[in-house]
Design a protein around this ligand. Sequence first.
Ligand SMILES: CC/C=C\C/C=C\C/C=C\C/C=C\C/C=C\C/C=C\C=C\C(=O)SCCNC(=O)CCNC(=O)[C@H](O)C(C)(C)COP(=O)(O)OP(=O)(O)OC[C@H]1O[C@@H](n2cnc3c(N)ncnc32)[C@H](O)[C@@H]1OP(=O)(O)O
Ligand SMILES: NC(=O)C1=CN([C@@H]2O[C@H](COP(=O)(O)OP(=O)(O)OC[C@H]3O[C@@H](n4cnc5c(N)ncnc54)[C@H](OP(=O)(O)O)[C@@H]3O)[C@@H](O)[C@H]2O)C=CC1
Length: 295
Amino acid sequence: MSATSSSPQEVDTDDCLLNYSYIFRDDMLKDKVAFITGGGSGIGFRIAEILMRHGCQTVIASRSLERVQASAKKLSAATGQRCLPVSLDVRQPVTINAAVEETLQKFAKIDILINGAAGNFLCPASGLSFNAFKTVLEIDTIGTFNTSKVLYQKWFKEHGGIIVNITATLSYRGQILQVHAGSAKAAIDAMTRHLAAEWGPDNIRINSLAPGPISGTEGFWKLGGLTKAVASLDKLIPLQRVGTKSEVAHGVLYLVSPAASYVTGATLVIDGGHWLTGANNLSVMQALLQKSARL
Ligand SMILES: CC/C=C\C/C=C\C/C=C\C/C=C\C/C=C\C/C=C\C=C\C(=O)SCCNC(=O)CCNC(=O)[C@H](O)C(C)(C)COP(=O)(O)OP(=O)(O)OC[C@H]1O[C@@H](n2cnc3c(N)ncnc32)[C@H](O)[C@@H]1OP(=O)(O)O
Ligand SMILES: NC(=O)C1=CN([C@@H]2O[C@H](COP(=O)(O)OP(=O)(O)OC[C@H]3O[C@@H](n4cnc5c(N)ncnc54)[C@H](OP(=O)(O)O)[C@@H]3O)[C@@H](O)[C@H]2O)C=CC1
């Protein structure tokens, strides 16, 4: 396998990898505890798995208790690490408080927070209801603030910590049909810098990771990733392919590792160069829009 542009072996469903080759030391996160919103599916599931493969214990949190319970079983079975499933809605601080209390009772600490919970769909601004725009901002942006603030108050302020916010490149070129998600994620990137400045003296590092199109995810399917219209997407990407969940998870692994000990307030883009060349391809977007406003 070439180290430059071939993807590692990937599994497209919410299941663990069949084979895993270590790039980093396998005990790098031994005895650490990570709290991962959106950890029961897609990119969040793979982040949980790869952190656990490096010795980390995890809490995976989202609205659907059934989903996080099923995922936690798979993650623990594959990695031998503890994984606590908890239900919360990042729009409701009271539910985050309860989940963090439960985590501290069970694990006695939290070292890492991954803010991965998000919602998205393709929709032109003209067709977007006021409530639709508000809903995405509430889940992505306000949800990231709510969770970060609860963790800060309950643990990080006294003990330090590491936060990684999962964002997107959508705002860099003003991606059409994405004013809601692009605005939400751009605000999170701003939040990353504000909180890095404010909480750095408390020994808290905060960074964003912005993935491009990632196969085997809800985001990819919802944004038309499997339609004929985007069959040519690969050719629009400098590295000539979409990314994998493991590639995003390895970016997170770097950001939470000692290798990133002096990195804070940054955004790490993992997109094969997609935003440079692939955004706003009008023929692709037109075909997607004609197919359905509710992909
Ligand atoms: C750069 C590429 C960009 C574009 C594509 C270009 C080319 C395509 C090629 C490849 C695509 C591949 C990859 C793209 C690359 C990058 C992607 C970047 C970012 C991805 C971000 C993501 O977040 S992906 C995560 C996806 N996962 C989810 O969305 C799961 C969680 N989602 C949900 O729970 C719901 O979908 C929700 C977000 C709507 C929230 O649910 P809920 O709180 O229950 O809210 P509702 O009550 O159901 O709805 C609230 C209002 O929203 C309106 N709504 C809902 N769905 C739609 C829709 N599809 N279209 C328009 N409006 C919608 C709903 O009607 C409500 O409004 P009212 O006014 O009616 O009350
Ligand atoms: N897929 C892609 O190509 C890209 C994805 N991203 C980002 O990566 C992350 C993961 O996306 P992806 O794997 O595609 O999608 P998923 O739908 O698998 O992940 C989103 C997660 O958020 C959870 N969630 C949604 N709303 C809430 C809420 N109100 N409270 C708590 N949890 C919630 C969902 O679980 P539940 O429904 O149980 O609540 C789900 O587990 C997101 O931040 C997304 O914006 C960024 C760029 C590209």
